[in-house]
Ligand binder design. Structure first.
Ligand SMILES: [Zn+2]
Length: 289
């Protein structure tokens, strides 16, 4: 015999799966009213507000859920996400500890070295998977030069979800892809599209090396691979999506610099080393604010 709270909660879960957030919220509220000591409807309310990016409510309902059930790992995680979105670092640290991560108390943002992590930026618009430096369980800094359609730039810091949404290969190891939730910090780097003529592999590796030495973001956009949704959210395979070589002689690069003159200086240095190379075109495609 199902209690009313269980019935309301099940109804809410079905509505949530259909992305009917308001109706789902109503059912979870009824479930919580019917069984206020049961943590699950509170966690689910937190989920509704997470989907809406309403962080104060998401924080509050997950606090309620973990107060009732301190073993609810999902609620600790979503509490960590909400606290991070709000910049409440003390609460974020408490949440990660509650989840089981060894992290000290404090009022400053955690800085953990969690390794290179693929993040799907702009997941509901123009999704693009980029490599990031993960700063803590919910924050990642973009290390690629994203295309301007994504609305993101090199070194932006994004808030991301904790549920794997696909896998990518990192030196033979499969690592999970996480979906971005929102932009937390907009970087001072603008995005440039640069068309260069570089026939030899050495020309291109020299450009990359010199750019990195100058802290200029660089990516070969001619080698970008477009994936279907199924592969992107699963595991990309070469048979379905052959990897473009990006070999040139004409190559399209995405570059990121804080000032256009940084790029001119880079190209001068590069052409001294590789005199046969040419810069055909350079355009700022996404200016920093
Ligand atoms: Zn595919």
């Amino acid at each position: 015999m199902k209690t009313p709270a269980i019935k309301f909660n099940e109804r809410g879960t079905r509505l949530l799966q259909q992305a009917k957030l308001r109706e789902a919220g109503e059912q979870f509220r009824k479930a919580a009213a019917a069984a206020p000591r049961w943590s699950v409807p509170w966690f689910n309310l937190g989920l509704v507000y997470k989907f809406q990016h309403s962080w104060p409510e998401c924080l509050r309902y997950n606090q309620k859920a973990v107060a009732l059930d301190s073993a609810d790992a999902g609620a600790w995680w979503n509490l960590g996400i909400a606290a991070t979105a709000l910049g409440d670092w003390r609460e974020a640290r408490r949440a990660w500890r509650g989840y089981g991560i060894d992290i000290a108390d404090g009022d400053d943002p955690p800085l953990m070295k969690l390794g290179p992590t693929p993040i799907r930026i702009d997941p509901t618009g123009n999704p693009e998977v980029v490599w990031t430096k993960r700063l803590d369980p919910a924050r990642a800094q973009i290390q690629n030069v994203p295309t301007p359609a994504s609305g993101r730039r090199y070194q932006d810091i994004v808030l991301h979800d904790g549920e794997p949404a696909g896998f990518r290969d990192l030196g033979g190891v499969e690592v999970p892809v996480f979906n971005e939730l929102e932009l937390l910090y907009a970087s001072p780097f603008s995005t440039y599209e640069v068309i260069i003529e570089a026939s030899a592999k050495e020309d291109r590796t020299a450009l990359t090396r010199l750019a990195e030495a100058r802290e200029i973001g660089i990516d070969n956009w001619s080698a970008l691979r477009m994936l279907c949704k199924l592969c992107s959210e699963g595991k990309p395979h070469d048979a379905h999506h052959p990897q473009p070589s990006g070999d040139g002689p004409l190559v399209r690069y995405g570059m990121a610099a804080q000032d256009e003159t940084d790029l001119y200086a880079l190209f001068d240095e590069w052409r001294k080393e590789r005199p046969d190379c040419l810069v055909h075109q350079m355009e700022c495609v996404f200016e920093a604010e």
